[in-house]
Design a binder for this molecule. Sequence first.
Ligand SMILES: Nc1ncnc2c1ncn2[C@@H]1O[C@H](COP(=O)(O)OP(=O)(O)OP(=O)(O)O)[C@@H](O)[C@H]1O
Length: 854
Amino acid sequence: MAKRGFEFGALFRLCQIFLAAILLYVTASLFTKGAGVLGKDMASCLLRLAGGGLVLLLLHFFYGLFCSLLYRQVHSVFGQWMGTFCLYGAVSLFLGMLRRIGAGENIGLLSPGILGNVSSLVLPRFIGVIGTMLTGLCLVGLAAFNYGHLNAARIAWLRERLSFVHMPRWRREKASQDSASVDSASVQAEGEAAPAAQGEAEAARPERSVPEEALLGEEAEAVEVAASEAEKALQNDSVGKTGFWASLGAAVKALFGHGRKEHEDGEILDEYAEQYADEQEENAESENYGGYFADAPQSDRYGREAAGTREDELPETDGERALAAGTLGESGSVGEAERVSAAAGSVPISKKPSVEVEPSGELAGTENVQFCAGRPIPAGSFPPPLDLLGPHRDIKEVIDDQQAQENGQKVILSLADFGVAAELKRTIIGPTVVQYQIQLAPGIKVSKVMTLGNDIAVALGVSSIRVEAPIVGTSYIGIELPNVNRRSVPLRQILESEVFQKTKLKLPLPLGQTVDGRILISGLEDLPHLLIAGTTGSGKSIFVNNCIVSLCYRNTPADLRFIMVDPKRVEMGIYESLPHILAKPIVSATGAVHALAWAVREMERRYDVCYQAKVKDIFSYNSKVLPKDRLPHIVIIVDELADLMMTAQKEVEDCIMSLAQKARASGIHLMLATQRPSVNVLTGTIKANIPARVSFALPSAIDSKTILDKSGAQNLLGKGDMLFVSTKTPHPLRIQSPFLDEQTNIRVVEYLRNTFGDPEYVDLEEPSDEKGGNSSDFLEDNRLEEAIKIVLSTGVASSSGLQRQMRVGFTRAARMVDTMESMGIVGPQHGGKPREILVDEAEALEILEQLRGE
Ligand SMILES: Nc1ncnc2c1ncn2[C@@H]1O[C@H](COP(=O)(O)OP(=O)(O)OP(=O)(O)O)[C@@H](O)[C@H]1O
C-alpha cells in the first residue's frame, strides 16, 4: 500500500511541477517579450480580461503550489484566498479609477480589466468618488483581516495604545465606568459602590501596565512561550465554518465595543460571555465536525457542560459546586453576600486569558477521537499532517467574570478570617485552575499564607488549593483554585501552535498550557534528561505518549531512535511497530539493564567518533558529515524506574550517571518515570544528574519534595495537572499537560510505519567478552558452578544477590540466573515473586555435568 501511495504522490508532484512551469511562463509573459508571440497574445488577452491585478492572483497560486511542493502547511487556505480576491478587487478598482482620469493608458500592467472597468464606472455614479474610495479601503481592510493581520487581538492592542493619546479626563471617566460595570448587579444595588469603583479604577491602571516580560520572568527563558496564541487562534478561526464570522464579529466588537455594553435597562452584560454563548449555539447547530463528534457533549449558555455529560469535568465537591454557581459556602449570609458583591465590583480582572489564551471554546476534552475511524491510514508526507491528531478545534476559555470575582473575594475573606489582610489584584483563568493574584498587606509574612493552604481549602470547600509565593516577576502571591469549567488541552493545539511550528528545537517536548494560557515546549536536548513522577492515574503515560508523538512529528527515524522500557508491559506495546524504535519495548529488568549498558557503550563510541572528527558534540558532527553518516539522537524512556532500581540499583545508577553526564555531546537522553518517588528510587545520584523534573499529582508533600525538592505536587488535581522544574526554571511551573487518546496515538504510529516502513531493530545484547564466557554457550562460564551452589544454599535465585556475593557485573549475574532457568534448576520469574528452586544441589551439578559433556 505504501508503494502505491508513493506512486500517486510522485504523479501528483509531477503535475504540480508542470503547473508551476506553466504559471511561470504566464507570469513571465506579462513582464517580458521573451515569451514569444504566444506569450504576447496571452498576456494582452489576460490583461484585457483580468487587468494588472492578475499578478496578485498568480503570485498567490505560486505560493500555494510551492507550499504544497515543499510540504509546508498553509494555514487558513480559504481565508487567504478571500484576502487575495479582496486585494484584487481593490487593485482593479484603483486601476479603473486611474484609467478614468487618463493615467497609465499605455502601460499594459496598469490595465483595470473587466472588473476594474465596470466597478470604476458604476460605483462613482451611485456612491460618488468618496464612496468608491471608501469601498476600496474597505476591501483592503477585509484583505488584511482575511490574511489575519487585522483581528480582535490586534485591534484591542491598537485601541489600548491609542487610548494613551485620548484626553486624560475622558479616560478617567471611562475607566471608572468600566470598573464600575464589572459587577453590574451588585454595584447598582449598592449606590455607594461607585466611588470605590472609581478608586479601584485608578488601581487598575498600573495593573494593566504590568509588563509581559515581568509575568514571564526568568522561567520564560527556559521554555518557548507563545504569547501570541490568540492571533494564531483567530487566524485559525478564519478557516473554520463558524470561526470566520465569529472572529469577524470579535474584530468588529473590539473596534467598536469596550468589552462590555450597556443595555437600555442599565443591565451590563459581559461581552465575552455573550460572544462565547453565541459561538456555543452556532457550534451546537453545526454538524459536530461532520459527525465525527456526534457524541461530544454540548454546553450550556455559559460554556459549562450540560448536566450528565462528562463527569470528569464537573465540580468535585460541594464547595466547588457552590463556587461554580457563585453562591456562598456554609458560612455565607445575606450580609456577607452583599459584602462580596460590593467588593467584587471594584476588583480588576485580567482579560488576558480571554484574549491571549486560545480564544477558543469549550472543548470536548478527553473522549476518543473517532476521526477517520475504521479507515486505513495511508502512507504520506513528513512531518505527518496535523489532521492525524483529530480535527482542529476552536477552544474558548470559559470565563465568567462575575463568578470569578466573587470567588476571588471569598478567598480574600477567608484570608481575613485567618488574620491575613490582602487585596485581590488580578484573576487569571487557566484550563485547570483559576489563579487569584493577591497582594499581602505590609508586614504580613508570605510563609503565613503558605501554611494556611489547607485551611483556606476547607473554608472554601474545594478539594485542594495551591499557593504560589511569590509569583515570579511580581510582588503578588498566587492562590490557585480548581477551575470548575476545567478543560483538557488537545495535543494538536500544542503542535499547531506558532511556538511549536516555529521552534528551532530539535527535540521539542510539548509540556502543555500554563495557568495563564501560555503554551510551553521545552527542548530535551537542553534539559537534557527528564525525571517524571506521579501517582497512578495522574497522567504520566499520556505525557510520555505526547512526548513520543511530538518528537516523531519533528524527526524521521534517521534522526531519532527510541529505546523503551515498559516493565508494566501494557503502556508501550503500541510502539512495537514505530519505525523510530531501536528494539522491541523491553519488559524485563535484565533487558533494561542490557539496554542501558548498550547505551553507555554507544555513548563511548560516539565520543570516539566526535573526537576523531574533532567536533565537540553530535550537533557539530551531524552538520559536518553526509546525511547518511549522521548519528540519530537516542531517547531512552523508562516507564517504571522503581522496578529497575529494585532489581539492579547499582548497575542502573552507574549507567544513568554515565549517560547523564555526557548526554549533550552524545545525543543520548533519558526520560525516567516512576509512580513511587521514594529516596530508594530517586536516589541522590540520579537526582544530582537529572535536574529537569516533572511531577504529576502525588500522595504526599514528602513525595513532592523527593522529586521537586519542594512541596506542592500533593495539591495537584490529577489528569495531566503537573509541575515542571529545570535548571532554568527552578521555581515550579504549573502546567496542564496535553491530552492524546489511545486511538489517535495508534493512528500516528500506523501512519509513520506506512511512511517509513517497519522498524529496524538493533541487537542491544552485550558483546561476548562481557558475557562471562563464550557468547554461544553460557554453560561454559567458569563461575556458573559457584553460582548454582550459592543459589541452592541460599534458596534465592536473584541476579542482584549473585552480583553482590560473587562480585560480578549485574549482566553476568543475570545471565547465570537465566542459564539456570534454561537448565531447569530454577523456575521462571513471575512478576516480583522470587524464583522457585526446582532441584537440589546434587541434581543441579549432575545436570550441569551432563550438559557440558554434550
Ligand atoms: N493531560 C491529560 N488531560 C486530560 N486527561 C488526562 C490527561 N492525562 C491523563 N488523563 C486522564 O487520566 C487517565 C490516566 O492517565 P495515565 O494513564 O497517563 O496515568 P498514569 O499516571 O500513567 O497511571 P499509571 O501509572 O497507573 O499508568 C487517562 O486515562 C485520562 O483519562
